[in-house]
Structure formats: C-alpha cells, structure tokens
Design a protein around this ligand. Structure first.
Ligand code: ZN
Length: 310
C-alpha cells in the first residue's frame, strides 16, 4: 500500500531540472542540456530547478558554478526556487544508504580495482563487471570499504522519450555497482536519484552520454519504492575533430554573453527546431520565447552530430 501510494505522481505538473557539474565554464554541450530541459519543462507550464553537481571536490573549479549561474541569468533562463548543491546533501545520501542497508540491499566491498580486474570475466563498457566477491561479507585485502548495491540478474526496460525503447541487463552488463566510494565520496548514481526524488523531478532531460547510467538509476528508484521520472536523452554535439564538444576538449563552443544569442540559435537548431534566420542575432530572451512557443519534442534528432562554429 505504501509503495502504491508513492507510485502515484502527486500532481500532473511537470518538474524538470538542469544539473551541471561546476568543472569549467558554460559550454555548447551543457547549453543543449540547459535549453532542452528548460523548454520541455516550461512549455507545459512546469517548474525548472537548478542543481549544481559538486559531488567530487577535486574536480570542482572554484567560481565556475557562480559564473555559470550568472551567465544563465544573462541568457534569460529563469529557474524556480533555490539552487541546490550536492555538497550540502551528504547527510541525506548517508541516510538513504543506511535505509538500503537496513533492507539488505547493499554490502561492503573491500576489493581493490586490481582484484576486480583479475576476477571479472568480461570487462563491460562501464569497466569491469563486479564478480560479486564480497556479497557474503567483505573479504578483500584492505580495511576500507566501498558500499555496493546488490544487483539482480534483471533486465531494466524503459521508453526514452526521444530514443525509444531501451533495455539493459544490470546483472550481466553492469554488476553490483558502487554507491559510496572507498575514498568516502558518494557515487553519482546515488546522489542524482536521491536529489531528483527529493525535488519531485518528473522529467530528466540530459545528454545521451548518460543513457547507460539510466537503468542503474531506475533500479535505484525501484529499490527505494519510488516511481522513476520520464527520460529524454538529447543528442551529443561533436566538434569537427570528432571529439565530444566539452570543456575538456578546448575552447571551441564556449558560451559567453557576447555570443549567447548565436549559441542559443544554434542550440535550438541542433535540437531539431527551426529558428528563423532573422532571429540569429535576436536577444536571448526573444530566442527563448520563440523556443517556448514552437518547441517540438518529435523533431529532436536521435543521432549525435558535428557542429561547426565560425
Ligand atoms: Zn568486493
């Protein structure tokens, strides 16, 4: 009964979010996720929340979260409520981890990476598939433990709203995955699910590089007895060097106040919308207004593409 009640969405209102990592300046690839999630939430009168994914302190570049928020504001994005920061939420992640532990769904693992590599029969796309060594109790060679979620031999199926039917066998393709790392940091998979549940997120719009994380996240929702959101995975933008456009791969595609309008126009076009040529130099808020009035999910491309910036 408890689970049944939770599985009914409390309202019909769409709640979307944009959740960048503060690891550098705003980039075209990140702008696509901001724009896609914003338009999908706002064109149906929904809420759009912002969350800074600063879970991994060594990767955080000081000042980049603030710079990104200021720029998003200058580009006309309006978010609802307070900005959330993952670094403020460690206690909450710990609480959920203990909840999973009390139901026997997690276990301590003391294996080193080398031990896992040596015993994992087939390294998957996501690295070696954990062979289950510590399922019956940690028994590796070191005292510190990671905490892993016990994963059944189960196929997770869902319909991505852009890419269509997806499926992954968690046991065979992923294995028991880490929720709390041996270095004491919480894993992205746990944090993102707990954050989205607490914020009442009903739709997740993000780049297709996270597609293979989605079944793990859906399984976590199931473990926590909460219905998972709708997923929309956007195509990725590649530069002409064949590399994914990102802050790691150079300055091409950096978004600034000066080029913001052009970048928004290009982002609309990249997402399969048809912004009129005469809007190429329109103000960012005009472009967002056009997007809100004309946005079509059905025309978002399913394939990653190259983009050229002049
Ligand atoms: Zn282990």
């Amino acid at each position: 009964m408890d689970n049944l009640l939770k599985s009914l969405k409390p309202t019909n209102r769409v709640v979307g979010r944009f959740a960048p990592s503060p690891t550098g300046p705003l980039h075209f690839g990140t702008l696509l996720a901001a724009l896609g999630s914003y338009l999908l939430a706002k064109c149906s009168g929904g809420h759009w929340f912002l969350r800074i994914e600063d879970l991994d302190p060594p990767r955080v570049i000081p000042g980049s979260a603030d710079a990104m928020l200021i720029l998003l504001g200058q580009l006309g994005f309006e978010w609802d409520g307070e900005v959330a920061y993952q670094s403020n939420r460690y206690e909450r992640y710990q609480q959920i981890l203990e909840q999973l532990r009390s139901h026997g769904q997690v276990f301590d693992c003391s294996c080193t990476r080398r031990e896992i590599l040596a015993s994992a029969p087939h390294p998957g796309e996501e690295g070696p598939i954990y062979p289950g060594t510590c399922r019956g109790g940690a028994r590796g060679s070191r005292p510190e433990c990671a905490v892993r979620l016990r994963v059944p031999d189960k196929t997770i199926q869902y319909c991505d709203r852009i890419l269509g039917e997806q499926q992954q066998n968690l046991g065979k393709e992923i294995g028991d995955f880490v929720l709390h790392r041996v270095d004491g940091l919480f894993a992205y998979q746990l944090a993102v699910v707990v954050d989205d549940i607490d914020a009442g997120i009903t739709q997740v719009v993000r780049g297709a590089d996270l597609l293979s994380s989605t079944p793990r996240q859906i399984y976590l929702y199931q473990c926590l007895g909460v219905v998972s959101p709708d997923y929309f995975h956007l195509p990725l933008a590649f530069g002409y060097n064949g590399k994914k456009l990102s802050k790691r791969n150079g300055d091409i595609g950096l978004v600034t106040v000066e080029n913001g309008s052009n970048m928004l126009w290009r982002a609309l076009e990249f997402l399969g919308q048809s912004p009129p040529e005469e809007l190429f130099n329109a103000t960012p808020s005009k472009l967002l207004c056009w997007g809100l009035e004309n946005f079509q999910v059905a025309t978002i491309p399913t394939k990653n593409r190259q983009v050229k910036f002049k």
